[in-house]
Design a protein around this ligand. Structure first.
Ligand code: BJW
Length: 246
């Protein structure tokens, strides 16, 4: 693994424009379950019953109870050494754009500032009538309502829903302009996020991957480092900073 970290650190050190794509594995060592895999959330819950607009229309209270449970889980978790390493990279690098599929807000809590949240945020809600978004912590009275009387829904992109077009444009611009795309902790199965590594390669960027398992993005990677994010990222970032003389 060390020789792959060396190779990846050299590629990072040579690149002033870096983009990062993260997924659920990024937060696994903070104690937040991933979606797929043996311990994944989807092993316990059926996505079509909880993470679709149809599920919300059928039973908004059930859907909100699931999100209230996840809010509580995430509120008790902290950014791990991987999140902190990526925030350190941004502080010392000319340009780092962080694109995340995660809705847990841990990158911002770790100190990253240029974060694009592709799938929304667990701690925000949206009025189904007005479309307005607000910070939101679920209480006992579920489902919650807007002051206009309409239902509030989690500000999360569910299956079959389109992502916000401005958010997607920002992510696409970041991967098309970067010299290195670092892909961390995603199975790279869910589109359109899964297409970002393909776009980066087509635009001439090198792709680096950090994930204990091979994924759909692995074949694009110049270096696929098979290890957990909280262990690999601090080593990778420290080495890249040292090579740049920071
Ligand atoms: C570690 C680690 C450690 C472990 N360190 N790594 C058929 C019907 C309907 C739709 C579709 C369809 N076919 C295709 C679609 C499109 C669909 C899609 O891609 N589906 C696929 C499943 C096939 N996409 C959409 O619907 C998107 N919208 C869209 O495309 O609009 C246009 C359209 C409309 C209608 C029809 C077709 C197109 C929206 C996608 C929204 C995704 N939402 C979710 C759930 C949100 C709900 C919630 O959070 O409550 O977002 S799905 C879920 O997957 C979540 C994640 O952000 C997303 C990605 O998962 P991720 O992050 O990759 O996690 P995992 O668990 O898959 O992988 C974890 C990885 O970590 C693994 O590789 C581990 O090895 C690794 N790991 N520990 C580093 N310590």
């Amino acid at each position: 693994m060390q020789s792959l970290i060396d190779q990846a650190a050299r590629l990072l050190a040579q690149s002033s424009r870096v983009a990062i794509l993260t997924g659920a594995g990024m937060s696994a060592e903070s104690g937040i379950p991933t979606f797929r895999g043996p311990q994944g959330l989807w092993r316990q819950f059926r996505p079509e019953e909880l993470a679709t607009p149809e599920a919300f229309a059928r039973d908004p209270r059930l859907v909100w109870e699931w999100y209230a449970w996840r809010q509580g889980l995430v509120a008790g978790c902290h950014p791990n050494a991987g999140h902190l390493a990526l925030a350190r990279l941004e502080q010392h690098w000319p340009s780092v754009d962080l694109i995340t599929q995660n809705v847990d807000g841990l990158h911002s809590r770790a100190g990253s500032t240029r974060v694009t949240e592709l799938h929304g945020n667990l701690f925000q809600a949206r009025c189904v009538a007005e479309g307005t978004v607000r910070d939101f912590q679920a209480g006992d009275d579920l489902p919650p309502h807007c002051s206009c009387g309409a239902l509030l829904r989690p500000h999360i992109v569910w299956f079959g829903e389109s992502l916000n077009s401005r958010v997607v444009e920002k992510a696409v611009a970041a991967v098309e302009e970067c010299q290195v795309l670092l892909v961390v902790g995603t199975s790279a199965l869910v589109t359109p996020a899964a297409l970002l590594p393909v776009m980066a390669r087509r635009s001439g960027a090198e792709v680096l991957e950090v994930n204990p398992q091979a994924t759909a993005a692995s074949e694009l990677a110049a270096a696929a480092i098979r290890g957990p994010a909280a262990r690999v990222l601090p080593l990778l970032v420290d080495q890249a900073l040292a090579l740049r003389g920071d």
